[in-house]
Design a protein around this ligand. Structure first.
Ligand SMILES: Cc1ncc(C[n+]2csc(CCOP(=O)(O)OP(=O)(O)O)c2C)c(N)n1
Ligand code: SF4
Length: 284
């Protein structure tokens, strides 16, 4: 069995041929194999959408929750079991639309987990409505007159909210993306990678070629701990778009600051139903 075969699942994949999600899945398998994370120590959490199906296609513990709520489920799991390596797969709609509020607070909290946003700039699963990252003026079946809102910039928002590891990736460059995922997983805190991912069926504007014509790789030998530079790079979304680590800086991790967890994770605690009943009775 090759290292990557360790993460093969038995579920049938029904993504469209050519979908950018395949590149992200491949990069994840590669990164997990390079980091030698055993499937039993891996928890992948997702919400709803095509991107959110990603954990079905990996051998791991997974929790497929409701729309936009993957990050809160992941936080609960990490509080309960600190040993888990937690990855979250979310679409741009799932993460920045329905889950926008949770995204903001996850960035503030800095819980040790990695968020991969599959950013295809459209709602794929529900057949091509505009998402929060669709460009102003983009026409879709639901927006025939064109989108009339400014697009949401995930990396810029994450930086503003205090995230300590922020990157952009592209599903069409598996090796580069695998490196980013490895760095994100190794970061002790909340790490987010906004990953451009062509939806070949519903987004006819942001095609693989559209991305290839614009993206360029950042020099990874440079320190990326300057907030101002990171913000400038995050906002570079025109004719040239940087991919790579935009910002990385050590920050206080959330769980290590919770007094109630000083004695260890919840799974190691003794459950005493009699004591619980006593507390409940006090309030009745
Ligand atoms: C509360 C709620 N609202 C709306 C929906 C319908 N819905 C399912 S998937 C989806 C959009 C998913 O888009 P995105 O997160 O960008 O993921 P993609 O399918 O493009 O990967 C929507 C609106 C839902 N399931 N639940
Ligand atoms: S609809 Fe788009 S996002 Fe969904 S599987 Fe097809 S190409 Fe991928």
């Amino acid at each position: 069995m090759s290292d990557k075969d360790r993460y093969e699942s038995a579920y049938e994949n029904q993504w469209c041929p050519g979908c950018g999600n395949f590149g992200i899945l491949g990069a994840m398998k590669d990164a997990l194999a390079q980091l030698n994370i055993p499937p039993e120590k891996l928890l992948i959490v997702s919400g709803i959408g095509q991107a959110a199906k990603t954990p079905h296609f990996l051998k791991c513990n997974f929790l497929h929750g409701i729309h936009g709520r993957a990050l809160s489920i992941a936080l609960g799991a990490k509080l309960a079991n600190h040993d888990l390596n937690i990855l979250v797969n979310s679409g741009d709609g799932d993460c920045y639309g329905e889950g926008g509020n949770h995204f903001i607070h996850a960035a503030r909290r800095n819980t040790d987990m990695t968020l991969l946003v599959h950013n295809n700039q459209i709602y794929g699963l529900t057949k091509g409505q505009a998402s929060p990252t669709s460009a102003w003026g983009m026409t879709t079946a639901m927006q025939p007159g064109g989108v009339i809102s400014e697009p949401l910039n995930g990396p810029a928002l994450a930086l503003t909210m205090g995230a300590g590891f922020v990157a952009r990736g592209f599903s069409g460059n598996k090796e580069h993306l695998s490196g980013l995922i490895q760095a994100a997983v190794q970061y002790k805190g909340f790490s987010v990678i906004d990953i451009f991912q062509p939806c070949v069926t519903f987004n006819r504007v942001n095609t693989a070629q559209w991305y290839k014509d614009r993206i360029y790789e950042l020099d990874e030998t440079k320190d990326r701990d300057d907030f101002g530079t990171a913000m400038t790079l995050a906002r570079e979304t025109g004719d040239r778009i940087p991919v790579g680590i935009l910002y990385t800086k050590e920050k206080k991790e959330f769980i290590s600051q919770i007094k109630g967890l000083e004695k260890g994770p919840l799974i190691d605690r003794h459950y005493d139903p009699d004591r619980l009943e006593k507390v409940v009775q006090e309030y009745i």
